[in-house]
Design a binder for this molecule. Sequence first.
Ligand SMILES: [Zn+2]
Length: 232
Amino acid sequence: MIDIHVHFGKFRGIETNIPEIIENLTQQGITQIGLMPLLDENASNLKDSHSILKKYYTQYETQIIPILWVPPHILMSEIETLMSEIPYKIIKIHGYLHHWTKENIIRIIKFTEIQKLPIMFHTGGCKHSEAGFYMRICQTYPNQKFILAHGRPIKQSIKIMQLCNNVLTDTAFMSIDDLQQLVDKGLQDRVLFGTDYPINKYFYPDKNPIDWYKEQIDEIVTTFGIRMRIKG
Ligand SMILES: [Zn+2]
């Protein structure tokens, strides 16, 4: 099983390294992880986190689906340089942490369309990062695959997914109620299993992170039997 939404690095005082993540999740039956860093507001750690991932990628090549999280100010030449060192499979855009305009997103799509790379949008938090903000873009680029991470708010995510076959979502911090709504609408084939691990260490400090992870699998997979799909 794939967990498409995993982070490494520092998050509000908690740091988790790649070998530890892989060891922990492999023990839970996870065969591959969509792995990305945790960028700061200025993306000042973009290059450093790329170097860290590069260091481990060769060692864990079969287990890692590398995700390149880009800030709005990144140059296409920079993306190309990073991609020449790690074969990133997904581009991540975080519209809550970084300020993205539609024009800037389209600039990235011009590249990802040719490279056939899905774009993962963080959704939720503010109007500029709600799923609905991406509706027109998802409609305009039917050949581009989009993943609405977290699927927030769920009603907007469902609406886009019903209109656009090129749109998927992931279950990272998604409530069972929201997931139920996706299943009720018959959209389960476009729901990817994702957890945002190890961010749970911060939000649930009293809970053993591995127990938390086991619960995610139990609740989601056993309850709904979600099929996990991820294609380029
Ligand atoms: Zn995340």
